[in-house]
Design a protein around this ligand. Sequence first.
Ligand code: HEM
Ligand code: HEM
Length: 228
Amino acid sequence: MSNNDIQRIPVWSHALRIAHWVMAAAVVVLIATGWGMESNPLPASTLQDDHFLAAAFLIPAFLLRIYLLFFGAGTDHISDCEPDMNRLRSAAAVLKYYFSLGRSPLPNWYAHNPLWGPLYLLLFLFLLIQILSGALQQNPPYLGMINLHDVHVIGAYVITTFTVVHILAVFLHDLGGSGSDISAMINGHRIFILKKPVTAQQSGDVQSVSLDELRSSLKNKKKHSNEP
Ligand code: HEM
Ligand code: HEM
Protein backbone atom coordinates (compact mmCIF):
# COMPACT_ATOMS: atom_id res chain seq x y z
CA MET A 1 0.00 0.00 0.00
CA SER A 2 2.94 2.35 0.69
CA ASN A 3 3.63 2.41 -3.06
CA ASN A 4 0.17 3.74 -3.82
CA ASP A 5 -1.51 7.14 -3.50
CA ILE A 6 -4.99 7.46 -2.10
CA GLN A 7 -7.21 10.08 -3.72
CA ARG A 8 -10.73 11.23 -2.92
CA ILE A 9 -12.38 12.33 -6.13
CA PRO A 10 -15.85 13.82 -6.76
CA VAL A 11 -17.84 11.47 -9.00
CA TRP A 12 -21.52 12.18 -8.18
CA SER A 13 -23.04 15.63 -8.79
CA HIS A 14 -25.25 17.36 -6.20
CA ALA A 15 -28.29 17.02 -8.44
CA LEU A 16 -27.78 13.27 -8.97
CA ARG A 17 -27.42 12.69 -5.22
CA ILE A 18 -30.52 14.72 -4.39
CA ALA A 19 -32.48 12.80 -7.05
CA HIS A 20 -31.12 9.48 -5.71
CA TRP A 21 -32.04 10.01 -2.07
CA VAL A 22 -35.45 11.57 -2.70
CA MET A 23 -36.28 8.72 -5.13
CA ALA A 24 -34.93 6.10 -2.70
CA ALA A 25 -36.99 7.42 0.25
CA ALA A 26 -40.12 7.82 -1.89
CA VAL A 27 -39.77 4.31 -3.36
CA VAL A 28 -39.38 2.74 0.10
CA VAL A 29 -42.60 4.50 1.28
CA LEU A 30 -44.42 3.55 -1.96
CA ILE A 31 -43.41 -0.10 -1.49
CA ALA A 32 -44.57 -0.16 2.13
CA THR A 33 -47.88 1.65 1.52
CA GLY A 34 -48.55 -0.14 -1.81
CA TRP A 35 -48.17 -3.64 -0.34
CA GLY A 36 -50.06 -2.42 2.75
CA MET A 37 -53.03 -1.49 0.53
CA GLU A 38 -52.80 -4.76 -1.35
CA SER A 39 -52.96 -6.91 1.80
CA ASN A 40 -55.50 -4.72 3.64
CA PRO A 41 -57.70 -2.97 1.08
CA LEU A 42 -60.56 -1.81 3.34
CA PRO A 43 -59.09 0.61 5.94
CA ALA A 44 -56.55 1.83 3.42
CA SER A 45 -57.40 5.52 3.09
CA THR A 46 -54.39 6.78 5.10
CA LEU A 47 -52.18 4.29 3.29
CA GLN A 48 -53.54 5.65 0.03
CA ASP A 49 -52.87 9.26 1.15
CA ASP A 50 -49.30 8.32 2.08
CA HIS A 51 -48.92 6.48 -1.24
CA PHE A 52 -49.93 9.63 -3.15
CA LEU A 53 -47.75 11.84 -0.95
CA ALA A 54 -44.71 9.65 -1.68
CA ALA A 55 -45.65 9.68 -5.39
CA ALA A 56 -45.60 13.49 -5.23
CA PHE A 57 -41.94 13.31 -4.09
CA LEU A 58 -41.00 10.54 -6.52
CA ILE A 59 -42.23 12.29 -9.67
CA PRO A 60 -40.08 15.49 -9.52
CA ALA A 61 -36.99 13.53 -8.38
CA PHE A 62 -37.51 11.07 -11.23
CA LEU A 63 -37.98 13.89 -13.77
CA LEU A 64 -34.77 15.55 -12.52
CA ARG A 65 -32.87 12.26 -12.92
CA ILE A 66 -34.25 11.74 -16.45
CA TYR A 67 -33.31 15.34 -17.37
CA LEU A 68 -29.72 14.68 -16.16
CA LEU A 69 -29.65 11.36 -17.99
CA PHE A 70 -30.18 13.07 -21.34
CA PHE A 71 -28.93 16.63 -20.83
CA GLY A 72 -26.46 16.24 -17.94
CA ALA A 73 -22.67 15.90 -18.16
CA GLY A 74 -20.07 13.40 -16.91
CA THR A 75 -21.45 10.67 -14.70
CA ASP A 76 -25.00 12.14 -14.77
CA HIS A 77 -25.27 11.23 -18.45
CA ILE A 78 -26.78 8.01 -19.83
CA SER A 79 -23.43 7.11 -21.46
CA ASP A 80 -21.98 6.36 -18.00
CA CYS A 81 -24.48 3.50 -17.61
CA GLU A 82 -24.13 2.03 -21.10
CA PRO A 83 -22.10 -1.16 -21.48
CA ASP A 84 -18.96 -1.44 -23.65
CA MET A 85 -16.34 -4.22 -23.92
CA ASN A 86 -14.32 -2.88 -21.00
CA ARG A 87 -17.35 -2.58 -18.74
CA LEU A 88 -18.70 -5.99 -19.77
CA ARG A 89 -15.39 -7.51 -18.62
CA SER A 90 -15.67 -5.65 -15.30
CA ALA A 91 -19.34 -6.65 -15.00
CA ALA A 92 -18.30 -10.31 -15.35
CA ALA A 93 -15.73 -9.76 -12.58
CA VAL A 94 -18.45 -8.26 -10.32
CA LEU A 95 -20.61 -11.36 -10.95
CA LYS A 96 -17.61 -13.56 -10.13
CA TYR A 97 -17.24 -11.62 -6.85
CA TYR A 98 -20.91 -12.35 -5.98
CA PHE A 99 -20.74 -16.05 -6.91
CA SER A 100 -17.45 -16.61 -5.07
CA LEU A 101 -19.13 -15.06 -1.99
CA GLY A 102 -16.53 -12.29 -1.85
CA ARG A 103 -13.43 -14.48 -2.31
CA SER A 104 -12.72 -13.23 -5.84
CA PRO A 105 -11.58 -9.54 -5.92
CA LEU A 106 -14.02 -6.77 -6.76
CA PRO A 107 -12.83 -4.88 -9.90
CA ASN A 108 -12.34 -1.10 -9.96
CA TRP A 109 -14.73 1.29 -11.63
CA TYR A 110 -15.09 5.06 -11.83
CA ALA A 111 -18.72 5.95 -11.01
CA HIS A 112 -21.62 3.63 -11.96
CA ASN A 113 -20.93 0.00 -11.19
CA PRO A 114 -20.34 -1.71 -14.58
CA LEU A 115 -22.83 -4.52 -13.84
CA TRP A 116 -25.50 -2.26 -12.37
CA GLY A 117 -25.30 0.65 -14.86
CA PRO A 118 -27.66 -0.96 -17.43
CA LEU A 119 -29.92 -2.21 -14.59
CA TYR A 120 -30.39 1.41 -13.42
CA LEU A 121 -31.60 2.31 -16.94
CA LEU A 122 -34.08 -0.59 -16.76
CA LEU A 123 -35.22 0.63 -13.34
CA PHE A 124 -35.90 4.11 -14.79
CA LEU A 125 -38.11 2.47 -17.45
CA PHE A 126 -40.05 0.57 -14.77
CA LEU A 127 -40.41 3.72 -12.65
CA LEU A 128 -41.89 5.50 -15.67
CA ILE A 129 -44.36 2.64 -16.25
CA GLN A 130 -45.20 2.65 -12.53
CA ILE A 131 -45.83 6.41 -12.44
CA LEU A 132 -48.04 6.28 -15.56
CA SER A 133 -49.99 3.19 -14.47
CA GLY A 134 -50.54 4.81 -11.03
CA ALA A 135 -51.45 8.27 -12.30
CA LEU A 136 -53.83 7.06 -15.04
CA GLN A 137 -55.61 4.49 -12.85
CA GLN A 138 -59.39 4.92 -12.62
CA ASN A 139 -62.35 2.65 -11.83
CA PRO A 140 -62.43 0.39 -13.89
CA PRO A 141 -58.63 0.54 -14.29
CA TYR A 142 -58.51 0.02 -18.07
CA LEU A 143 -56.59 2.00 -20.69
CA GLY A 144 -57.92 0.39 -23.87
CA MET A 145 -57.14 -3.30 -23.47
CA ILE A 146 -54.47 -2.74 -20.80
CA ASN A 147 -55.36 -3.41 -17.16
CA LEU A 148 -53.37 -0.65 -15.41
CA HIS A 149 -53.90 -2.24 -12.01
CA ASP A 150 -52.16 -5.45 -13.17
CA VAL A 151 -49.37 -3.44 -14.80
CA HIS A 152 -48.93 -1.52 -11.52
CA VAL A 153 -48.71 -4.73 -9.46
CA ILE A 154 -46.17 -6.32 -11.85
CA GLY A 155 -44.14 -3.06 -11.68
CA ALA A 156 -44.34 -3.18 -7.89
CA TYR A 157 -42.83 -6.71 -7.88
CA VAL A 158 -39.96 -5.62 -10.15
CA ILE A 159 -39.20 -2.41 -8.19
CA THR A 160 -39.42 -4.16 -4.82
CA THR A 161 -37.00 -6.88 -5.99
CA PHE A 162 -34.63 -4.26 -7.44
CA THR A 163 -34.66 -2.31 -4.16
CA VAL A 164 -33.84 -5.31 -1.95
CA VAL A 165 -31.06 -6.60 -4.25
CA HIS A 166 -29.67 -3.07 -4.84
CA ILE A 167 -29.33 -2.34 -1.12
CA LEU A 168 -27.66 -5.73 -0.55
CA ALA A 169 -25.32 -5.14 -3.50
CA VAL A 170 -24.18 -1.65 -2.45
CA PHE A 171 -23.44 -2.96 1.05
CA LEU A 172 -21.36 -5.78 -0.50
CA HIS A 173 -19.51 -3.32 -2.78
CA ASP A 174 -18.75 -1.06 0.17
CA LEU A 175 -17.53 -4.05 2.16
CA GLY A 176 -15.43 -5.70 -0.57
CA GLY A 177 -14.14 -2.64 -2.45
CA SER A 178 -12.09 0.39 -1.54
CA GLY A 179 -14.34 3.08 -3.09
CA SER A 180 -16.44 3.92 0.03
CA ASP A 181 -19.46 3.65 -2.22
CA ILE A 182 -22.26 4.40 0.24
CA SER A 183 -20.63 7.49 1.71
CA ALA A 184 -19.81 8.53 -1.90
CA MET A 185 -23.54 8.60 -2.66
CA ILE A 186 -23.88 10.94 0.34
CA ASN A 187 -20.88 13.28 -0.09
CA GLY A 188 -20.16 12.72 -3.80
CA HIS A 189 -16.53 11.50 -3.46
CA ARG A 190 -15.21 8.00 -4.16
CA ILE A 191 -11.82 6.82 -2.90
CA PHE A 192 -9.26 5.66 -5.47
CA ILE A 193 -6.01 3.86 -4.67
CA LEU A 194 -3.80 5.08 -7.49
CA LYS A 195 -0.92 3.17 -9.04
CA LYS A 196 2.42 4.96 -8.88
CA PRO A 197 3.82 4.51 -12.39
CA VAL A 198 7.17 2.93 -11.48
CA THR A 199 6.38 0.92 -8.39
CA ALA A 200 2.87 -0.18 -9.35
CA GLN A 201 1.89 -3.24 -7.40
CA GLN A 202 -1.10 -5.02 -6.03
CA SER A 203 -1.58 -5.43 -2.32
CA GLY A 204 -3.87 -8.06 -0.83
CA ASP A 205 -7.43 -7.88 -2.03
CA VAL A 206 -7.35 -4.14 -2.75
CA GLN A 207 -6.47 -3.49 -6.38
CA SER A 208 -4.51 -0.37 -7.26
CA VAL A 209 -5.69 1.50 -10.28
CA SER A 210 -4.78 4.02 -12.96
CA LEU A 211 -7.30 6.84 -12.70
CA ASP A 212 -6.87 7.75 -16.37
CA GLU A 213 -7.85 4.20 -17.34
CA LEU A 214 -11.01 4.41 -15.23
CA ARG A 215 -11.81 7.93 -16.40
CA SER A 216 -11.43 6.83 -20.01
CA SER A 217 -14.71 4.99 -19.49
CA LEU A 218 -16.44 8.39 -19.18
CA LYS A 219 -17.76 8.95 -22.68
CA ASN A 220 -19.42 12.29 -21.99
CA LYS A 221 -16.40 14.05 -20.55
CA LYS A 222 -17.77 17.55 -19.82
CA LYS A 223 -16.67 18.06 -16.20
CA HIS A 224 -18.79 18.61 -13.15
CA SER A 225 -18.29 22.01 -11.61
CA ASN A 226 -16.92 20.29 -8.47
CA GLU A 227 -14.35 18.12 -10.28
CA PRO A 228 -10.66 19.00 -9.68
C1 HEM B 1 -30.45 2.49 1.97
C2 HEM B 1 -30.80 2.53 0.71
C3 HEM B 1 -29.84 2.80 -0.43
C4 HEM B 1 -28.48 2.94 -0.45
C5 HEM B 1 -27.49 2.83 0.71
C6 HEM B 1 -28.10 3.19 -1.82
C7 HEM B 1 -26.81 3.40 -2.26
C8 HEM B 1 -26.43 3.56 -3.57
C9 HEM B 1 -25.07 3.62 -4.05
C10 HEM B 1 -23.83 3.47 -3.17
C11 HEM B 1 -25.10 3.78 -5.37
C12 HEM B 1 -23.90 3.84 -6.33
C13 HEM B 1 -23.81 2.43 -6.88
C14 HEM B 1 -22.91 2.26 -8.06
O1 HEM B 1 -21.69 2.28 -7.85
O2 HEM B 1 -23.41 2.06 -9.16
C15 HEM B 1 -26.48 3.85 -5.77
C16 HEM B 1 -26.93 4.07 -7.05
C17 HEM B 1 -28.24 4.08 -7.41
N1 HEM B 1 -29.32 3.81 -6.61
FE1 HEM B 1 -29.29 3.52 -4.63
N2 HEM B 1 -29.23 3.19 -2.60
C18 HEM B 1 -30.31 2.95 -1.80
C19 HEM B 1 -31.63 2.86 -2.19
C20 HEM B 1 -32.07 3.00 -3.47
C21 HEM B 1 -33.44 2.86 -3.89
C22 HEM B 1 -34.63 2.50 -2.97
C23 HEM B 1 -33.48 3.13 -5.22
C24 HEM B 1 -34.68 3.15 -6.13
C25 HEM B 1 -35.46 2.15 -6.28
C26 HEM B 1 -32.13 3.41 -5.66
C27 HEM B 1 -31.76 3.71 -6.95
C28 HEM B 1 -30.46 3.92 -7.36
C29 HEM B 1 -30.09 4.30 -8.71
C30 HEM B 1 -31.06 4.54 -9.88
C31 HEM B 1 -28.70 4.42 -8.73
C32 HEM B 1 -27.80 4.84 -9.88
C33 HEM B 1 -27.40 6.29 -9.65
C34 HEM B 1 -28.02 7.15 -10.71
O3 HEM B 1 -27.58 7.05 -11.85
O4 HEM B 1 -28.97 7.89 -10.38
N3 HEM B 1 -31.29 3.32 -4.57
N4 HEM B 1 -27.28 3.70 -4.64
C1 HEM C 1 -42.15 2.58 -6.69
C2 HEM C 1 -43.30 2.94 -7.05
C3 HEM C 1 -44.61 2.28 -6.66
C4 HEM C 1 -44.88 1.06 -6.10
C5 HEM C 1 -43.89 -0.01 -5.67
C6 HEM C 1 -46.33 0.96 -5.97
C7 HEM C 1 -47.00 -0.14 -5.46
C8 HEM C 1 -48.37 -0.25 -5.38
C9 HEM C 1 -49.09 -1.41 -4.93
C10 HEM C 1 -48.44 -2.73 -4.47
C11 HEM C 1 -50.40 -1.13 -4.96
C12 HEM C 1 -51.55 -2.02 -4.49
C13 HEM C 1 -52.20 -2.72 -5.63
C14 HEM C 1 -53.43 -3.49 -5.14
O1 HEM C 1 -54.15 -3.00 -4.29
O2 HEM C 1 -53.64 -4.59 -5.66
C15 HEM C 1 -50.53 0.22 -5.47
C16 HEM C 1 -51.74 0.87 -5.68
C17 HEM C 1 -51.86 2.11 -6.26
N1 HEM C 1 -50.83 2.96 -6.60
FE1 HEM C 1 -48.88 2.55 -6.50
N2 HEM C 1 -46.89 2.11 -6.44
C18 HEM C 1 -45.87 2.94 -6.86
C19 HEM C 1 -45.97 4.18 -7.42
C20 HEM C 1 -47.18 4.84 -7.62
C21 HEM C 1 -47.31 6.16 -8.18
C22 HEM C 1 -46.11 7.03 -8.62
C23 HEM C 1 -48.64 6.44 -8.22
C24 HEM C 1 -49.35 7.69 -8.70
C25 HEM C 1 -48.84 8.55 -9.52
C26 HEM C 1 -49.34 5.30 -7.70
C27 HEM C 1 -50.71 5.18 -7.60
C28 HEM C 1 -51.39 4.10 -7.15
C29 HEM C 1 -52.85 3.96 -7.17
C30 HEM C 1 -53.85 4.99 -7.71
C31 HEM C 1 -53.13 2.73 -6.61
C32 HEM C 1 -54.52 2.11 -6.42
C33 HEM C 1 -54.97 2.47 -5.04
C34 HEM C 1 -56.22 1.71 -4.66
O3 HEM C 1 -56.66 0.82 -5.41
O4 HEM C 1 -56.74 2.00 -3.59
N3 HEM C 1 -48.42 4.35 -7.32
N4 HEM C 1 -49.29 0.73 -5.71
